[in-house]
Ligand binder design. Structure first.
Ligand code: CA
Length: 286
């Protein structure tokens, strides 16, 4: 593999995320969707406007299927160039991996100590950050080598992790998301995730996509689209029956894993120990 060749993409990836987020914040409130006005991320003229932004409820169409290690208990998933960066869970089975997007081949892996349970993973400024479930500490890795560079503490449980290009954003199984400073790991702010005023708990794997936070809701076939400023849910994605055949052989093999190709505007989802990763297109619920 050529992880080195992807380092340029890494820089572009981070800069682009930060740039987009800055634009979004600078013109917040300009959305032209009346029913979403108070919560919506802004639409910038001539910028990319995802078709799904106006969906209150989305369903899906599978565009293509890609192989996934059915032994990988997926707790975190993101894309970097042509590779998945995946965090797997389980005591004695947790790892962080570089995985070839097309073939599913694990090209680089770093295992966690057997007493820690891997959770969410995010990338920022040439590093990966990985949570552990009840370990109350996360790991920092060099992105190219997966060499461990350090650790950071947090309170409570660690579930999902993503980045908006400035902060690390983590879930902990509750209805709250914490925004962490990636240098000091202090909590900069928190948002309470609400749908029409009601809390949305069990927020799990996360992905920052086009100015919103997509979140798996544990043990459901739903992804919620969250406004990062207010915490309000702007849309729900229904992924019923996406798992092939008669369903998962284990009730814990739930939908968990969202990744986004920023350059190609492609959305991917998978689940714990699923044999496939699905590229999907979101369709508006009629
Ligand atoms: Ca993710």
């Amino acid at each position: 593999m050529s992880v080195v060749a992807d380092s340029g993409k890494w820089v572009n990836f981070c800069v682009k995320k930060a740039f987009l987020y800055g634009l979004i914040l600078s013109v917040a409130g300009c959305n032209d969707e009346p029913e979403l006005r108070s919560d919506s991320v802004a639409i910038v003229e001539n910028s990319y406007i995802p078709e799904w932004r106006s969906h209150r409820v989305s369903r899906y169409e599978v565009i293509r299927e890609l192989p996934h290690d059915s032994g990988a208990y997926t707790q975190g998933l993101m894309l970097l160039g042509d590779y998945w960066i995946e965090s797997t869970g389980g005591y004695g089975a947790s790892s962080i991996r570089w995985v070839n997007r097309e073939t599913g081949e694990v090209v680089l892996k770093n295992d966690l100590p057997g007493d820690l349970f891997g959770e969410g993973v995010a990338g920022l400024d040439g590093r990966f950050y990985q949570l552990t479930w009840e370990g109350q500490k996360g790991f920092i890795y060099d992105a190219e080598s997966l060499k461990k560079l350090g650790e950071f503490p947090y309170s409570g449980e660690g579930w999902g992790l993503t980045s908006d290009g400035k902060s690390l954003i983590m879930s902990d199984g509750s209805d709250r998301l914490r925004f962490l400073d990636p240098k000091t790991f202090r909590v900069q702010r928190e948002v309470a995730v609400r749908i029409e005023g009601r809390p949305v708990e069990r927020l799990n794997e996360l992905e920052f996509i086009e100015g919103e936070i997509f979140a798996n809701v544990w043990h459901t076939d739903q992804i919620v689209r969250i406004n990062p400023s207010s915490g309000n849910v702007q849309g729900i994605i229904q992924l019923d029956n996406i798992y092939p055949g008669a369903g998962a052989p284990n009730p814990e093999f739930v939908l968990n894993g969202i990744a986004y190709d920023d350059a190609k505007k492609q959305l991917y989802v998978t689940g714990k120990c699923w044999p496939k990763i699905y590229q999907i297109r979101l369709i508006k619920e009629q």
